[in-house]
Ligand binder design. Structure first.
Ligand SMILES: Cc1cc2nc3c(=O)[nH]c(=O)nc-3n(C[C@H](O)[C@H](O)[C@H](O)COP(=O)(O)O)c2cc1C
Length: 397
């Protein structure tokens, strides 16, 4: 069976072997802002699992842009070799390496989520606290109990644009083939877009055009250093879900501008401007943000990625078949099962499903399937599960 999930997609000169994206996921495992063996293992297993495009977590463009402890950054030329190693590993698994670039803005200096959300307390371990300046378009805290950021001067704005541009240049040198800018979830670039967080009265605030200027300047800088053949992606919160906040109509207008400035694809997420992980008005259920992706794709004609609780193979396939997106991105489901792509291929009846993985692995799985044809792999429905809840039979043995 020919599935859309396992069809290729060309973005500029980059060809993705399938439509499955490993969404960026912070690991909080950096040491001195550098990636560690953990990053190598984690991104390697996602690539080996068969996703066509594997994004490295939100990688900060300057010290002030770190959200929390363990963040990694690409703000020095000395960092390039460590990232090249990750790139080489992802490519050796047949996947395309992507990097997400981020500045945390007013969401800087927060506790890692596993320690409960909130402002980070100053400890002696953090030796450069003064350099970890919390900056934002306006001096408005994200929520009560969070630091009030310093309003950025025009010089700060210029520095951040240059930091994104320099980071993209290093990312290109390290070998990443797709660059994504994080302009969602309440981080700095989103803070400029949203009237909730941007109350500036200069050229970077006020009207829609002024609030969009920061992101467009960053896109201009990044595009100028990225080779023509490499795609540029922007992740947006398509709606704030707040009265007086960023709307879907704003997104349509912005996406048209981004496309005209050389952005190739929009990753359609939502929410986060107040720090909440939930978007008001969008109940978190299967594929809850796919409707946003569908609307952006339909209204603007720009390719999109759908993300958010895409969990099952047929669900992912329907998102693509129903033209709601060009790519599907998974995060938590790939933590559960990094080999999800192969599992999905089998469930969708793809005859060459084992080929989703590398030959050295596929060989053994094919052999097992031939030798024991009635064996059901463990990620399929569990044949040992009780027949039905409340039934007295415990297992179908
Ligand atoms: C552990 C973890 C880390 C994440 N880190 C990032 C990140 O670095 N950048 C980003 O844009 N989103 C990040 N996200 C959000 C995911 O990319 C994704 O948008 C979200 O989890 C919804 O997809 P899911 O339902 O498939 O998990 C993270 C999510 C998780 C679970």
């Amino acid at each position: 069976m020919n599935t859309k999930l396992f069809s290729s997609l060309a973005l500029r000169d980059v060809v993705l072997k399938n439509r499955i994206v490993a969404s960026p996921m912070w690991q909080y495992a950096g040491q001195a802002f550098k990636p560690t063996d953990w990053h190598l293992m984690n991104l390697g297993r996602l690539a080996d699992g068969g996703a066509g495009l594997v994004y490295q977590e939100g990688t900060t463009v300057e010290r002030r842009g770190c959200g929390t402890l363990g963040d990694i950054g690409i703000w020095s030329d000395d960092d390039v070799e460590a990232y090249s190693r990750i790139v080489r590993l992802i490519e050796s698994c047949g996947s395309v390496p992507g990097i997400q670039l981020i500045h945390a803005g007013r969401k800087a200096r927060q506790r890692p989520p596993q320690q409960g959300r909130g402002a980070l307390e100053r400890t002696s371990d953090i030796t450069d606290w003064e350099a970890w300046d919390v900056i934002a378009p306006s001096a408005i805290a994200q929520a009560e109990g969070f630091p009030v950021p310093r309003e950025m001067t025009l010089a700060d704005i210029q520095q951040v644009i240059e930091a994104f541009t320099a980071a993209a240049r290093r990312a290109d040198r390290a070998g990443y083939r797709v660059v994504q800018l994080h302009a969602a979830h309440g981080y700095l670039l989103h803070e400029f877009l949203s009237p909730v967080s941007n109350r500036r009265t200069d050229a970077y605030g006020g009207s829609f055009e002024n609030r969009a200027r920061m992101l467009l300047d960053v896109v201009g800088g990044v595009r100028s250093v990225l080779p023509q053949g490499k795609p540029l992606v922007v992740r947006l919160s398509c709606i704030d879900g707040q009265s007086g906040g960023w709307t879907l109509e704003d997104t349509f207008a912005l996406v048209r501008l981004l496309y005209a400035h050389g952005v190739d694809l929009i990753d359609c997420s939502s929410g986060g401007i107040d720090g909440s992980p939930l978007t008001k008005g969008l109940a978190a259920s299967y594929g809850y943000q796919a409707g946003l992706s569908e609307a952006v794709r339909r209204e603007t004609g720009v390719p999109t990625t759908a993300v958010g609780l895409i969990v099952h193979a047929h669900q992912a396939e329907s998102v693509l078949q129903e033209e709601k997106a060009d790519l599907v991105a998974l995060a938590r489901e790939l933590i559960y099962n990094p080999n999800w792509p192969m599992d999905a291929a089998r469930k969708l009846g793809d005859e060459k499903s084992f080929d989703v993985m590398q030959r050295r692995e596929a060989f053994w799985l094919e052999r097992r399937a031939i030798t024991v044809p009635d064996l059901v792999p463990s990620t399929f429905d569990d044949p040992f599960a009780p027949a039905e809840v409340g039934s007295s039979s415990s297992a179908k043995r």
